[in-house]
Design a protein around this ligand. Sequence first.
Ligand SMILES: Cc1cc2nc3c(=O)[nH]c(=O)nc-3n(C[C@H](O)[C@H](O)[C@H](O)COP(=O)(O)OP(=O)(O)OC[C@H]3O[C@@H](n4cnc5c(N)ncnc54)[C@H](O)[C@@H]3O)c2cc1C
Length: 241
Amino acid sequence: MTVGGWRPGRVVEALPATPSARILRLQVPGWPGNTAGQHVDIRLTAEDGYQAVRSYSLGSYGPAETIELAVDEIPDGEVSPYLVEDVLPGDELEVKGPLGGYFVWRPGGEAPVQLIAGGSGIVPLMAMVRAATDAGAAASVRLLYSVRTAADAIYRDELDGLAGNGGVGVTWRYTRAAPDGWTDPVGRLDDDALRAATWEPGREPIVYVCGPTGFVEHVADALVGLGHPAARIRTERFGGA
Ligand SMILES: Cc1cc2nc3c(=O)[nH]c(=O)nc-3n(C[C@H](O)[C@H](O)[C@H](O)COP(=O)(O)OP(=O)(O)OC[C@H]3O[C@@H](n4cnc5c(N)ncnc54)[C@H](O)[C@@H]3O)c2cc1C
């Protein structure tokens, strides 16, 4: 039953994803399904009645009643440390959604598609990767994923498994330290890296950019500078500087 749009969601799995992030799977009875790229609001209520609400993207898509979130812990944050460190299978959280109708990808949509993620910004883009793969549209999708180090990549194994199988083309960018043998530059995404790892503007890609606010704004500005029309760039800002 929903009250004010809130449904109870029971945590059925809590899996470590990186040293600071966890994947949470929630069973949400009556969940109406969602399109790749949408998010939910999660509401926590303390024993004294205090409530906190935060938005989390869905790594899952489609009609299943089990939804997937991936949460990266923000040090000193109010909600994310609880979701990453304390929540256990069997616990209940309140869920509202699915929310958002703009930052979404549907099979049969425009092609080619360029996905650019920073940190936990991979989550809604992972739903798009999965949806495109399932729809047989992976060849027209490229993903550029910027992470501090290899250990900080959420969904690392699943993304590595796509390589070379006609799947979504994945390019990694390391901002602090790269794995042994890595020969590409390390550091913040710059024009050269964006040009090399993304569909060229002449192909008229639709571009989805997601991550911390500063990352999204930097990448979106750089893309416009490289010749991508602003109207072809869709952004989702997760907050922070
Ligand atoms: C549409 C949407 C989808 C989102 N999806 C995800 C997701 O899939 N996974 C995920 O981990 N987070 C996601 N977020 C971010 C999430 O909503 C929270 O903002 C985040 O978990 C921090 O909450 P908190 O209560 O721990 O920190 P707060 O107590 O709210 O903030 C503590 C401090 O951290 C800063 N801060 C807040 N968010 C961030 C951030 N993302 N990066 C850096 N600094 C930040 C704040 O400015 C503040 O200074 C999403 C946000 C939006 C708007």
